[in-house]
Design a protein around this ligand. Structure first.
Ligand SMILES: *Cc1c(COP(=O)(O)O)cnc(C)c1O
Length: 472
């Protein structure tokens, strides 16, 4: 493809994306293609001679769009948002065009240094505590990887570095019953196994970790000769956005010398707003912290921001330097080699999309995005509260509302299935105290008050039918 051909197809590709965004509201949120349908419509193999992308945009319309669940749709309220935005896509385009391999400073000086500065900007934007300021941040592909990195760094510290050569001795990892599944996965990958994971009880009202139960669990392990390596506290759990009490949990970790990782994958973005920074009270106790700009901060997947208080500890845990990678800049000690801050060697120039996003929206624009989401959640929650057939089942400090019909699980399941089948919205569910609960997660950039009202109207009308009642 020549530069001129790239120009021509590139313009058409940008046009295709712009048009896709414009017609999103008219598409059903959920993929219409069933299992195997998309695969069956693809040719059996690649063309023998290149087809020069002939008809590729028609193929995208006919084959990819029907097989896509539209995360950027204004009616997408499933799981958590996975934001993208114009500036993010353009930053990614430039990154792809540069094709930089930023594994070390020497292989990508700008890739490395822009990332360091963007993470400092972000730390400033969230007003993170002092231990995370000044070159302590790195982009990971996901919060799951950030958890794995925290586990490995914690094992390193708790073992005095011996795990590298000797392997892992009995160690324990603590999280609440509401902690993310990536914690168990990280324990498996690190060779600790499920049996190393202690699931700490939560307060039944707030669904937040109980510090007294954490202290008990750690004391038991110490008595049994098991080393407590790491506590993962969550700010904004995946199920209901519950917030673990960082000041109490942090004080326990500091007393006992246990690594504290704070997972704020979805909710951390809220701290761009000063009025929501209370969610990080106690973060000064943390050894590592992460949140996902790719969830609620207008930056496309993949972009998890991870900070560590002691980068030297992390790189000492992960660094392996073969001869073919040795270079003068690395030896000088004056540069960051991000390959030692992550699992893979190679890395893309992901900081570009963050730079583009922060430049385009500015601090005020990012705050507006968060505030809009919080206000829409409040609007929906108020409607739920006003209908006495429904109840809210958890606090909604962010943009997730958990609610249910005051009725059996079957009724609630049917309600969810029925509204989703319309294709006008997509919600998911969770269980709270054993009961089936609907989750409405707001945050797609295209969602406006009208979409929230229409979704509530649909839910109400469906409830009328299911319950044979009508709320006046
Ligand atoms: C979404 C989520 C994760 C996983 O995020 P990825 O970036 O997709 O790995 C981890 N923890 C919490 C609390 C989450 O909500």
């Amino acid at each position: 493809m020549t530069a001129d051909e790239f120009r021509e197809f590139g313009h058409a590709a940008v046009e295709w994306v712009a048009r896709y965004w414009e017609r999103l509201p008219d598409l059903p949120v959920t993929a219409t293609a069933g299992p195997g349908e998309t695969a069956a419509r693809l040719p059996a193999g690649p063309p023998g001679t290149g087809d020069r992308l002939d008809g590729v945009f028609t193929d995208l319309d006919d084959l990819v769009v029907p097989g896509t669940t539209h995360w950027q749709h204004p009616g997408h309220f499933a799981y958590f948002p996975a934001n993208t935005s114009g500036p993010s896509v353009l930053g990614d385009l430039i990154s792809a065009g540069l094709g930089t391999q930023g594994m070390m400073w020497a292989t990508g000086p700008a890739c490395t240094e822009v990332e360091t500065v963007m993470l400092d900007w972000l730390a400033d934007l969230l007003d993170l505590p002092a231990q995370f300021r000044g070159g302590k941040g790195v982009i990971q592909d996901s919060a799951s990887s950030a958890t794995l990195i925290a586990v490995l760094a914690a094992l390193h510290r708790a073992s005095g570095g011996t795990w590298r050569t000797e392997g892992v001795r009995p160690m324990a990892v603590y999280t609440s019953s509401q902690g993310h599944s990536s914690i168990e996965k990280a324990a498996r990958v690190a060779g600790l196994g499920d049996r190393a994971v202690r699931v700490v009880e939560v307060d039944p009202q707030t669904l937040a970790m109980r510090p007294d139960k954490l202290r008990e669990a750690i004391a038991k392990d110490l008595a049994d000769g098991v080393t407590p390596a790491l506590v993962v506290a969550t700010v904004g759990t995946t199920s209901t956005t519950a917030i673990d009490p960082l000041p109490e949990v942090g004080a326990i970790c500091r007393d006992l010398g246990v690594w504290l990782h704070v997972d704020a994958a979805f909710a951390g973005a809220a701290a761009v707003c000063p009025e929501l920074r209370w969610i990080h009270d106690g973060l000064e106790f943390a050894d590592s912290y992460c949140f996902d700009p790719h969830k609620w901060l207008l930056t496309g997947f993949d972009c998890d921001a991870l900070w560590v208080a002691d980068p030297a500890g992390l790189t000492s845990a992960l660094s392996v330097l073969p001869e073919y990678l040795s270079n003068a800049a690395t030896s000088s000690g004056a540069v960051i080699d991000y390959r030692d801050w992550q699992i893979p060697l190679g890395r893309r120039f992901r900081a570009l999309k963050l730079w583009f996003v922060m430049r385009w929206y500015g601090v005020e624009g990012l705050r507006q995005h968060i505030r809009d989401g919080v206000a829409l959640a409040e609007r929906f929650a108020a409607a739920v509260t006003a209908d006495d057939r429904f109840e809210l089942v958890a606090p909604h400090p962010f943009a997730l509302v958990c609610f249910r019909l005051k009725d059996g699980d079957d009724r609630n399941e049917t309600l969810l299935r029925t509204i989703n089948a319309t294709g006008r919205c997509l919600l998911t569910h969770t269980k709270v105290a054993g009961r089936y609960v609907l989750r409405l997660a707001i945050g797609a950039p295209a969602t406006r008050a009208g979409h929230i009202d229409a979704t509530w109207a649909l839910i109400r009308a469906t409830a009328d039918e299911l319950t044979g009642t009508r709320q006046v």
